[in-house]
Write a protein that binds this ligand. Sequence first.
Ligand SMILES: [Zn+2]
Length: 491
Amino acid sequence: MNKKLKVGLALGAVGSLVAANMIKAAKFVPEKKETAPLEPERVNVERYTQNLSDAIKIKTISNADADKVDWSEFDKFHSFLRERFPLLHEKLSVEVVGRASLLYKWEGKNPELDPIALLSHQDVVPISAGTEADWEHEPFSGDIADGYVWGRGSLDMKNHLIGVMESVETLLEDGFEPVRTVYICLGHNEEVVASPDNGAKQMSALLESRGVRLDSVLDEGGAILDINVPGVLDKNLAGIGIAEKGYCDYEVSLSAKGGHSSSPPNHTALGKLADVIKDIENNQFKSEITPIVSAIVDKVGRNTSFPVRAVLCHGKALKPVLNVVMKNIPAAASFVRTTTAVTMASGSPQANVLPQKASVAVNFRVMPGMTIADVKTHLEKVIRNKDVEIRLIGGQEPSNVSPTDSRAFKAIEEICTRMNSDNIVAPYLVMGGTDARNYQNICENVYRYSPFLLDTTLLTKTHGTNEKIAIASFEDGLAFFKRYIKTLAGC
Ligand SMILES: [Zn+2]
């Protein structure tokens, strides 16, 4: 074969590959979905804004030590709800569960059907000492300014709680009568990790004891994020949390003789522990492109513009590359593996004393499908120094993974896409814990999604300084709750 012919054939082969790729990319478009706009929904944004602002003023701060909680603030919050949502309190029954959780029941016309539940938590996290002055508006002012409602709880999650209450109030005013029973479950200590008297756990146990099985649960967790990568993607990504990671803390320690620091061994217990830390950090958990990540890449990829779409259309073939890329970016790595963070260390109590015991605490965020016990097995395998002692400090197993073909998931998806054709809906893995996991005993379809459009910069303000929410997101947020209840409890 002469040179020219070879080059010609090679070019031809490349040409057909490019053409095949173009065809594949051209077919890689958003799935056909019902996109006809929904009938308008009556919402009262002004009333909601005022109620949210006033709700933020009530300092429902939870604390790991229940004795340190100002319970009068929770009493105040309960009275506030009664006063602001009169129709709801007339038509729904309510009982206080545990210390201050509220369980509302809106009786449906057909008691044969499994009820739905809408969750929220009343509590908020405190303001970190020394950061009060960094707030542009006082953290519990509930100020309405510059197009935002400001303050602790505006994103996590009085916005959601007042949104649910407001929507039910409006539905009652509209004369809506649910076919299925609707529960509203308002926990009082979600922010206290692993609280022994978790309000959500008590409410779900109470429902279980009454023989209730839930059709679906909706809680916080995912949100609608305004994603704008110039020239690539300009859409809103609605992430519906279908699972949440678990977490656990292990203490890894080494013992030694101790003694005076004037005659030390070459390596003290703390020195030896340095090698242990390296073993732990150098042997990260295996990463994996899970079905959730694949689904996000697929849904987002279909909406990107051409050069990027031509790459992302190769779904399966792309997995190994994607895995390498994601595990090397900390924020992305948390989606594909159980993460490891060595966070605390201790040695001797004084500089001139050799440590008799040296220890580190390691925090793990556990992928669904793995257990806290698996984490220990991993540590035992990768730490070469077999004199270490490994002790579980505490933790919470990852949640189950909820299906994406349930009535509830489909309803969220359809409402989101029909409300705004720029919304892309994808399943999502929630990194932090929510109350939702406590309802797994009575429900398979547990979803974590808050229907307020957020600018991605606001995400860092949850639990942080200058927490605030845009008033522009309220109308759609409230309409979502109404539609969700009408769709799921209306039949
Ligand atoms: Zn929260």
